[in-house]
Structures are given as structure tokens and as C-alpha cells.
Design a protein around this ligand. Structure first.
Ligand code: SAM
Length: 296
């Protein structure tokens, strides 16, 4: 009799989630990481990198909508967008939904993630790969930002793995200094900053680093079911402190103009504005960054 096979996430040594595996679809050791894609009985198809859940078909909309729509609608007229990581293509699809976007450059270090996502997770990116506004580059995000020209982008969206291994460079002073240089005066950068209940250092350290290069550093939250441990934080660093304070009515007006209103399952103008209201156990991680900006 076939025994059940389970995929146990190995993000935390002493706690975690597991998935009942219906069928394994791909297992590849790439030059950068161990990639597994499987069919689950509970969440559709799932991608795992080095034992850590990256994306599931069932709940990817939560994270991708909040990572793409919040910064672009807060900016209000983003034309040139840089996406780093995000090899599944979900952020690219959401960014290209915005009518204001003229060019979306995506820089993913691992070509195998893109290839396997196209083959086994086609619904995540849909036809974003073929959009003439999209430029997809297989390369290291730090090299790209070092070479990019000054003030080339309105927004930078970093959808990377946690700050260990290949993505460690995306959480460094050098990376953020270059992000500030290649962003326009109304430009901003957002990135996945982990689940503070389990990973508070990630938000604290990232925010403190960015406070040296940006005048407004904060975070917003999203409840992503398979990023276990409560709220996921999306780190925010902007040159203009008014962007994060844009009200519901104005965000709704912009979403209408952008062609986003009514197309989402998690993001709404109210959720957008409310997501910046942080519970104290998360807000306290931003104190070092606030102190650095105060002293500047
Ligand atoms: N949403 C997921 C999360 O929050 O954990 C991340 C998903 S996405 C698939 C992460 C991608 O970042 C991976 O495909 C990985 O290869 C890519 N990545 C990691 N380090 C990178 C780097 N230095 N430059 C570009 N892409 C990188």
C-alpha cells in the first residue's frame, strides 16, 4: 500500500509546516539552489527552494498583489520598474497590469527557476513573459544595480529568498546605496522582509541599513498563509515620505486609472492603507532605522 509522502519545510529547526505530496513534478540542483516543484493535495502546485516554501498556486495572490500594487499605486505614475528575483514571474505579471508601466526589467539569478516555473507553474506569470514591455535578465541583482544608470527607475521590487546564500548581497549597504542612486526623486524600493514573529532581525537589520540611504523607511504587512508565523512584512524605503501616507480615496482613484480596481483578491485601497498600521511587536523593529534617520 502506497504510504503518504510529506514535504516538511526546513526554514525553522524546531517548528514548521508540512504538505501532503500528490506528485513530484521536478527536482533540480541548480548552480545556486535545490529546486523542487510538487503537486500538493491542499495548495495546488508548490515551489520549494533549499527546503523553504517560495510559492503556492493557492495563496500566491496575497504576496504578489501586495508586493507589486502597493508601491506602484503609492508612487502614482511609475513607468520604469526594476524587479529583482521573482523567478516565478508572478510579480512581473502584476507589475505589467499597471497601464502606467512602460518598461519592467526583471533580474533573476537562477535561470532554472524561470525555466521550471514556465513549465510547471504557467498560471503564475500567465503571458507576462511575452509582454513587449518586459525585459527578463538572468543575472545577479547586485551586479545589475551597480551598472544601471542614475535615476533610471521609479520603483524597485525585490522578491528574493531570505538573506542567506545567493540573496545575501541583496540586503547589503552596497545594494541599497545603488538602489538609491538608480531611483528617481519620487522613487522607492520594497522587498520581502520576512515574518517578524520568527524573523524580527531581518526587518530590523534591513531597515537600519536602508535608513542610511533613504529619508523614509517603514514596512507594511500581508497575511500569507504559507509564510507561516503570522504577518509577512514588506520592507519600504522611499525618498519621499508622503508616498506611504496616500489616503484611501486617492489610492482608489489611482487604481481605477491603472486598471487594477476589481482585478484583485487580497489588495484593496483599504487593505493598502491599513497595511502600514503595524502592531507594536513589528513596529519596534523599525526603531533603529528611525533613530538613524533622526540623527541624519
Ligand atoms: N516570495 C518568495 C519569498 O518571499 O521567499 C521568493 C520567491 S522568488 C522565487 C525568490 C527568487 O530570488 C529565487 O528565484 C532566487 O533565485 C532569486 N534570487 C536570490 N538571490 C538573487 C540575486 N542575488 N539576484 C537575483 N535573484 C536572486
Amino acid at each position: 500500500m502506497a504510504t503518504d509522502s510529506w514535504l516538511n519545510e526546513t526554514l525553522y529547526p524546531d517548528w514548521g509546516q508540512r504538505f501532503l505530496v500528490k506528485r513530484e513534478l521536478a527536482r533540480v540542483q541548480s548552480a545556486f539552489q535545490d529546486i523542487v516543484i510538487f503537486e500538493s493535495t491542499s495548495h495546488g502546485r508548490v515551489m520549494v527552494l533549499d527546503g523553504v516554501i517560495q510559492i503556492t498556486e493557492a495563496d500566491e495572490f496575497v504576496y504578489q498583489e501586495m508586493l507589486a500594487h502597493v508601491p506602484l499605486l503609492a508612487h502614482g505614475a511609475a513607468a520604469n520598474v526594476l524587479i529583482i528575483g521573482a523567478g516565478d514571474g508572478g510579480v512581473l505579471r502584476r507589475v505589467l497590469q499597471h497601464r502606467s508601466v512602460r518598461c519592467a526589467v526583471m533580474v533573476e539569478i537562477d535561470g532554472e527557476v524561470i525555466r521550471l516555473s514556465k513549465e510547471f507553474l504557467p498560471g503564475i506569470a500567465g503571458d507576462a513573459w511575452n509582454d513587449t514591455r518586459a525585459e527578463v535578465i538572468v543575472g545577479d541583482g547586485i551586479d545589475y544595480v551597480k551598472r544601471a544608470p542614475d535615476t533610471a527607475f521609479d520603483a524597485i521590487i525585490v522578491d528574493s529568498t531570505d538573506p542567506i546564500g545567493v540573496s545575501e548581497v541583496l540586503f547589503t549597504d552596497e545594494f541599497y546605496a545603488n538602489c538609491a542612486r538608480i531611483l528617481t526623486p519620487r522613487g522607492l524600493v520594497v522587498n520581502q522582509c520576512g515574518v517578524p514573529f520568527m524573523q524580527a532581525d531581518e526587518l530590523r537589520d534591513t531597515s537600519a541599513r536602508r535608513a542610511a540611504f533613504f529619508s523614509h523607511v517603514t514596512a507594511y504587512v500581508a497575511a500569507v498563509p504559507t509564510y507561516v508565523g503570522g504577518f509577512m512584512t514588506l520592507g519600504w524605503a522611499a525618498k519621499d515620505a508622503t508616498l506611504a501616507a496616500t489616503g484611501v480615496a486617492e489610492i482608489r482613484r489611482r487604481a481605477e486609472t491603472a486598471g487594477i480596481l476589481g482585478t484583485t483578491r487580497y489588495w484593496t485601497p483599504e487593505i493598502h492603507v491599513g497595511a502600514f498600521n503595524l502592531p507594536p511587536y513589528i513596529a519596534e523593529a523599525l526603531a533603529p532605522a528611525a533613530a538613524i534617520i533622526e540623527r541624519r
